[in-house]
Design a protein around this ligand. Structure first.
Ligand SMILES: [Zn+2]
Length: 144
């Protein structure tokens, strides 16, 4: 998988996601923050919506994307990142970058097949292409 180092804008995106979850963290309810940069350079954030009925939970990436589509219409995803806030009983209280779940990989690809995704790397976060995170993406077509 091709990876690249973070840019200054990527670091700002991680900071925005971190700020979002630090402001809205609630143990067992809001534990992940996300930030995405649209193709026209605007930054949107979101936090996950956990739910008593687990399958109703919504990921932070989807909330951030929903804000973009609601406020501006579809603008593409230049770069996206999610970070996890540890629960109070965890020794290391560092908010750190996490990989998008499988469903979010599908969602990100559907809204921008050229999106860059910030993921955990070997010691520090790196940038990868969404296509590298989702080989053989689901499609109704047989040959894409
Ligand atoms: Zn997800």
């Amino acid at each position: 998988m091709n990876t690249s180092a973070l840019t200054k804008e990527d670091r700002a995106l991680i900071a925005a996601a971190t700020d979002a979850i630090k402001r809205r963290y609630r143990n067992d309810w809001q534990e992940v923050g996300a930030a995405l940069r649209t193709r026209d350079g605007r930054v949107f954030t979101g936090v996950n919506l956990d739910a008593y009925l687990g399958r109703m939970a919504v990921c932070a990436e989807a909330v951030a994307l929903g804000k973009v589509v609601t406020d501006l219409g579809e603008r593409g995803i230049h770069t996206i990142v999610a970070v996890r806030h540890p629960p109070p009983d965890e020794k290391d209280q560092t908010v750190g970058v996490v990989s998008p779940c499988g469903a979010c990989r599908e969602l990100i690809w559907d809204y921008d097949r050229n999106a860059r995704v910030i993921v955990p790397g070997n010691g520090s976060p790196v940038v990868v292409a969404i296509a590298d995170l989702l080989p053989n993406k689901y499609s109704r077509e047989r040959n894409l």
